[in-house]
Design a protein around this ligand. Structure first.
Ligand code: ADP
Ligand code: SF4
Ligand code: MG
Length: 287
């Protein structure tokens, strides 16, 4: 059976960029890959296909006839089969339902049997890991989940929420954690902060991806770094990450922080980064 992997993270944190570069690296290494965008934004796979859009599964299900695979997929870089689950009509319906509907349709169309993928990557929005967005791990569709985070606290909070969801569902057959992917590293403290969060939650950082102009530039051409600048250091970093994903077998059970502990932890880091005095002086000035 193919290995099914979900990549979670807060909106805008770099899920699609990271997922697409991993897919591209896996394809380049000779693996058969399916990438399924599970973010209502539906732009997960654009840099695998020259920036082109793809009709979504949810949109196609609104039509009169049952969609065929050709209607909802396209081959991208290295033969990666690209699919976008899509989202509900704004204000109506559940985004998570789109993910279930997409997976159901792919099963009915026997895509997994016919394409015979080695890896299926799900790129999932994780701002809130509600029941809807938890679908890939909740139902054990993906056996392993990774979370992309920067050193921004909101992104870390989203990662902590994913850990809570994993802990909830893993005992009943849900997915486990592969690890943390630290993205957009730029500030001097970023790596230490994410390492410390991993330490506190009993998890592991599986890759450190620096912030790079090559990512932004490649994106303008609708390409991954693997495709646009294959000999760059950044491409090598994504290949390393892909090899790590291949090598991982047993996922972990994270130990998420509770609300007050997470706040204390964040405040401690905030004081170290910004200097405790600024806040104290400002607070005194207000009296
Ligand atoms: P998400 O899928 O989580 O919403 P995206 O992958 O679309 O986020 O990334 C958001 C933006 O950040 C994109 O413009 C992308 O090019 C940029 N980005 C992501 N990772 C990096 C990086 N390591 N270096 C530079 N830019 C990045
Ligand atoms: Fe939205 Fe999640 Fe509720 Fe579905 S379960 S409607 S995705 S908040
Ligand atoms: Mg995205």
């Amino acid at each position: 059976r193919a290995k099914h992997i979900a990549i979670y993270g807060k909106g805008g944190i770099g899920k699609s960029t990271t997922t697409s570069n991993i897919s591209a690296a896996l394809a380049e290494a000779g693996h058969r890959v399916i990438q399924i965008g599970c973010d209502p934004k539906s732009d997960s796979t654009t840099i695998l296909r020259g920036g082109a859009e793809l009709p979504t599964v949810l949109d196609s299900l609104r039509g009169r006839t049952r969609p065929r695979l050709a209607d909802i997929s396209a081959l991208g870089f290295g033969g990666v089969l690209c699919i976008e689950a899509g989202g509900p009509v704004p204000g109506v319906g559940c985004a998570g339902r789109g993910i279930s509907a997409a997976v159901d349709l792919l099963e009915r169309l026997e895509v997994f049997e016919e394409f015979e993928p080695d890896y299926v990557l799900y790129d999932v929005l994780g701002d809130v890991v509600c029941g809807g967005f938890a679908v890939p791990i909740r139902e054990g569709i993906a056996e392993t989940a990774y979370v992309v985070t920067s050193s921004d606290f909101m992104a870390i909070f989203a990662a902590n929420n994913l850990f809570k969801a994993i802990d909830k569902y893993a005992p009943s057959g849900g997915g486990r954690l592969g690890g943390i992917i630290a993205n957009s590293l730029q500030l001097p403290h970023a790596r230490a902060l994410i390492d410390d969060f991993a330490d506190r939650t009993g998890t592991e950082v599986v890759g450190y991806v620096p912030r790079s102009t090559e990512v932004a530039q490649s994106e303008l051409y609708g390409q991954t770094v693997i495709e646009a600048v294959p000999y760059s250091e950044q491409a090598e970093i994504y290949r390393h990450l892909a090899r790590r994903v291949v090598a991982d077998h047993e996922g972990q059970l994270p130990k998420p922080l509770n609300g007050p502990d997470l706040k204390d932890w964040a405040r401690g880091w905030g004081d170290r980064i910004f200097g405790a005095e600024t806040v104290v002086v400002a607070a005194q000035g207000q009296r």
